[in-house]
Design a protein around this ligand. Sequence first.
Ligand SMILES: Cc1ncc(COP(=O)(O)O)c(C=O)c1O
Length: 373
Amino acid sequence: MTDPRPSRPAVPPIVLASAFLFDDTEALARAAGARDDHLYTRWSNPTLSALEQVVAELEGAERALCCGSGMAAMSLALLAALPSGGTLLTQRELYGGTHELVEKLLPGFGYRVIRASMDELVQAAAALEPGSAIHLEIPSNPSLRVADLPAIRAAGPPGTPIVVDATFATPINLRPLEHGATLSAHSATKYMGGHHDLLAGVVSGSGALMERVWTLRTLLGPVLDPAAAYRLWRGLETLELRVVRQCETAETLARRLAEHPAVAHTHHPCLPGHPDHALAARLLRSGGAVLSFELAGGYEAAARVADRLRVFAQGPSLGGVRSLVSWPAGVSHRAMSEDERRAAGVSGGLLRLAVGIEAVETLWDDLEQGLRA
Ligand SMILES: Cc1ncc(COP(=O)(O)O)c(C=O)c1O
């Protein structure tokens, strides 16, 4: 029975039902054939649909689908984009988990993987055969390199699907579909959720490819739990506020660290010495709220600084309201060989800062005391 009262909830209800009920066989059979009717939560669910609508608007996409983690989003997007037995071109500078996915899992499923350094990507795209797909991570974790998406699009064979992992950019700083990407994918665990309290991924795009993402999600099964979908929906309410502030703070810290005598090198696209500074200024609203810096003394020096920080907590992940520091060589990029780490721009003395929403001076005071000899 419908409620006659003329109000509706201000936020989407959390519909925990795994299955939806019908009054007769015909209605049930119709819903089973309709695909986007709510029938079974692995297919669709009202809380997930409310979230997906907001994500599609943020991404400027025809359709968005959410799933259980960022890795699930990358897997679904790559499997949707890759023709059977096809070739994937990707960059060397990648998040460690995605590196393992493309290096260790995809070849086992019969895909060929080509890795190119950031400066060779356009050339490598031009050399691709039809029947390939391209994967980019913009900006890259943790080296903050920015792939030239429009140039790569123009160089590749026409119609080559391009999957962009824009986790570090967020849709506030980059809407990949507007620059030639076919699918945009995020670890929504990071900025989109923003509060360190959920694991989720989202994929956006249009047409047959998104239908394939839906089929893969339904058959492989990494659907998002409706309670996490609600928390993600709520996180998105403040996404722009948080991200704009986090990026401003990160840029200030990057500029100050770049001048600090104890720091050998600072990586952030806002710095004039960054190899992709001009491209980032064209492509991104901001270079993001992650920065990394290198200490001349290698691992020992990095560990000493990280251990002295009090406001930056030590831990994996990024994108939440609390600032975090991590040592990529030993955490997110641990599974790589020394050579692979070097190619990904991850030295032993590199520390990654994921800037939260704390006051900039509080964070700078913490870094200054941590860097004091
Ligand atoms: C750029 C990037 N993509 C994907 C992932 C994977 O996301 P999740 O941990 O939500 O599976 C991460 C995780 O750190 C990441 O940094």
